[in-house]
Structure formats: C-alpha cells, structure tokens
Write a protein that binds this ligand. Structure first.
Ligand code: S3P
Length: 187
C-alpha cells in the first residue's frame, strides 16, 4: 500500500510493531537518532508511570489491566507529532488501539521469523507471556495468529540478523519506497 504525505515529509509519529524479539526498541532508538526525533517505548512508559515492571503488572493485576494501560499510554504518545514509538508486541493486536495507531501514525512492521525471535528473547526473563512455556512453540503460535494483523502496517520490513546500521538503511529504504517518504539524511 502506498501512502502519501504532504511534501513527502514525515509529519506523524512512526510506530514500530511486531512480535517480541523483532528489535522494535533497539532499532527504534537508532532510527530516532538518525531522524532527529524523540524516542518512546510503550512498555518503558507504562513501567515509569506505574513504578512497576511489566512482569509484576501481569502477575498482580492481570493481562487485561496491562492491555488497558497499554491502550491509554500508546494513545497518549500518539498525541505528539514527529516521534518514534516502539510498541509492545500486543498493542497493534488490540482492535481499538490498532484503529487509533493506523489513523494517527505511520506504521512499520518488523516482520520476524520464529528462529530469529526465539534467539533474541530466549535469555530474557522479563516477558511474562514467555515464562514457563516452550518459547519457540509459543512464539510460533503467536506469529501465525498475529502476522495477518501486523500485515496491516503501512510498511513491512523483514527483520534480519545483520548489523544495526544495515537494518536502519533497509528501514529507511522501505519507508521511502513503501510509504513514499523522503528521507534527507542518509547513513
Ligand atoms: C507483549 C510484548 C511485550 C510486552 C508484554 C506483552 C506481547 O513487549 O508488551 O510482555 O503481547 O507480545 P515486546 O514486544 O517489546 O517484548
């Protein structure tokens, strides 16, 4: 899908979506630096607002309470203009929030296969949905269910195990070609 912006200039937030381990936070920070934009991570915002870790929120208040906080926080973050927002993997799956994100932002899906996602998350115990389960199997089921929804993003970029600067170049290229956005600065 091609979307066009006034003078081909980025005038909206850019929202990164995709499965856990896609690299949304890492690449989002680097993209923000490259484009001179502010960076926000929705999970970090929730943690700093509540003073609780995502793991504790899930454990003590449940997933539903977390999803409500996530919807509120992402909606608030979308009120800003130019900024990069890395969302938690479930944010775009929430139909209400998805509608808001698609309306207010340029969405980039970091499409990731199960092998890469598994390698990236396997030693990190901070993700409640991956605790005490077979991580690869859980991610595989999630990817199958969620990919058709993630594919509604304006721009799709295949996540690869390559140096970050190469991934950023690829991301910028896809933004330009798939979303018709002119990026002045190049790496
Ligand atoms: C989740 C992804 C996590 C975090 C929470 C739930 C999900 O964020 O929001 O554990 O449902 O996919 P990351 O995608 O940044 O790991």
């Amino acid at each position: 899908m091609k979307i066009f912006f006034k003078n081909n200039i980025i005038n909206k937030p850019i929202v990164l979506i995709g499965i856990m381990g896609a690299g949304k936070t890492t690449l989002g920070k680097k993209l923000a630096k490259h484009l001179d934009m502010e960076f926000y991570d929705s999970d970090e915002e929730i943690e700093s607002k509540t003073g609780l870790s995502i793991k504790i929120i899930f454990k003590e208040q449940g997933e539903l309470a977390f999803r409500e906080m996530e919807e509120k926080v992402v909606t608030q973050l979308l009120l800003g203009s130019k900024r990069i927002i890395a969302t938690g993997g479930g944010a775009f799956i929430n139909p209400n929030l998805r509608k808001i994100i698609k309306k207010r932002a340029i969405t980039i899906w970091l499409k990731t296969d199960v092998d890469l996602a598994t390698i990236r998350v396997k030693d990190n115990k901070r993700r409640p949905l991956l605790n005490n389960v077979d991580v690869r199997e859980t991610l595989s089921v999630m990817i199958e269910k969620r990919n058709p929804i993630y594919s509604e993003a304006h721009v799709t970029v295949e996540s690869e195990n390559i140096p970050h600067n190469k991934m950023i170049s690829k991301l910028l290229y896809e933004l330009e070609t798939q979303a018709a956005i002119k990026i002045k600065k190049q790496i």
